[in-house]
Design a protein around this ligand. Structure first.
Ligand SMILES: [Zn+2]
Length: 269
C-alpha cells in the first residue's frame, strides 16, 4: 500500500477521474490528498474527497494565482471550505520565483513577489488559526524566503509538507527544524537529477513522502504526458533505489508519514 500526498484530481474530467481512481486502487494507492489552486478548484477537489473514502482535500490559493488577488487572498471563502469534513490541510500555497511562461509573468517584478508573499502569509495565519497543516509550493530559488516566512508566521505548531521538493541538504535541515516533511515527485526519475541523489538521501526517513502532482509532471518516459496517482509507485521505487532501501519500506513510510504530517486524515471521516 502506498500514498500519493499531492495531486490535483479536479483537473481530470469526470470520466477520466473514474478511470484514474480505479487504476490507483488496483496499483495499491491507499490514500490520496487532492490539493486546491484557488477557491473554485479547492471546492471542486473537496467535492471529490467527500465522495471518495480514500481521498482527502487541501484548500488554498496557489502562488501562480496570487496576482489575481492584489488586495488579499479570499480568506473568507477558504476558511468556510477549510472547516468542512475531509479537509486535512491548507494548500497549495507558497512562493514561486520562476518566471512563468504559461502565464507570461516575470517574478523579477517586486510588486508581484510582494503580492505572492502577502497571500502566502495570510493563508499561513489561517492555517495556524484553524490548526491545520500547510502544503507548501516553493520553487525558483524561493526556499530561503519560504523557510524565513514559515518561521516568522510561527507555522511550526502545525507543520506540513514541502511539495515537489528539489532543495539542497541545507534546505532539508532548515525545514526539518520547523517540523516539516517533504513530498518527493517525478524529478527523481530523470537521468540527470542534478544533486538530487544527495538531497533524497538527506531527507530523514520519518519526513519522506511521495507525490505525483498528477495530472502534471509525469515521470521520465511516461506516455501519454499526463500523470496519474498510480505513478506514485514508480516514483517510490526510484526513491528506494536512491536511498538503497527496499521499495516496501518507502511505500509504507509514505502512508505512516502522511498520516503523521496531516493528522486529520482518518479523523476527518
Ligand atoms: Zn501541485
Amino acid at each position: 500500500m502506498i500514498a500519493d500526498a499531492h495531486v490535483h484530481l479536479d483537473a481530470y474530467s469526470p470520466d477520466e477521474l473514474r478511470d484514474v481512481l480505479s487504476e490507483a486502487a488496483s496499483s495499491g494507492v491507499e490514500l490520496i490528498v487532492t490539493v486546491g489552486m484557488d477557491a473554485a478548484s479547492s471546492a471542486a477537489g473537496l467535492a471529490i474527497a467527500q465522495s471518495e473514502p480514500n481521498v482527502y482535500a487541501a484548500v488554498g490559493l496557489h502562488p501562480w494565482n496570487a496576482q489575481d488577488y492584489p488586495s488579499g487572498a479570499p480568506i473568507g471563502e477558504l476558511r468556510e471550505l477549510a472547516t468542512r469534513p475531509k479537509v486535512v490541510a491548507i494548500g497549495e500555497i507558497g512562493l514561486d520565483f520562476l518566471n512563468n511562461l504559461f502565464l507570461d509573468l516575470s517574478y523579477d517584478d517586486p510588486d508581484l513577489r510582494a503580492t505572492q508573499e502577502r497571500v502566502f502569509r495570510e493563508q499561513l495565519r489561517l492555517a495556524v488559526e484553524l490548526e491545520l497543516p500547510v502544503i507548501v509550493h516553493s520553487r525558483g530559488g524561493a526556499h530561503e524566503t519560504t523557510a524565513r516566512v514559515l518561521e516568522e508566521e510561527g507555522v511550526a505548531c502545525v507543520g506540513g509538507c514541502i511539495q515537489f521538493f528539489e532543495g539542497t541538504p541545507d534546505d532539508v535541515a532548515r525545514y526539518v527544524a520547523l517540523g516539516f516533511t517533504f513530498t518527493v515527485g517525478s524529478s527523481v526519475t530523470f537521468a540527470d537529477p542534478g544533486g538530487w541523489c544527495e538531497t533524497v538521501r538527506a531527507v530523514p526517513g520519518d519526513a519522506l513522502l511521495l507525490e505525483t502532482d498528477a495530472p502534471y509532471l509525469p515521470y521520465a518516459g511516461r506516455e501519454p504526458a499526463r500523470s496519474t496517482p498510480a505513478d506514485v509507485r514508480r516514483i517510490g521505487e526510484t526513491v528506494a533505489q536512491l536511498r538503497g532501501v527496499d521499495a516496501t519500506e518507502v511505500f509504507s513510510a509514505s502512508i505512516t508519514n502522511l498520516r503523521r504530517a496531516l493528522p486529520r486524515i482518518g479523523a476527518a471521516g
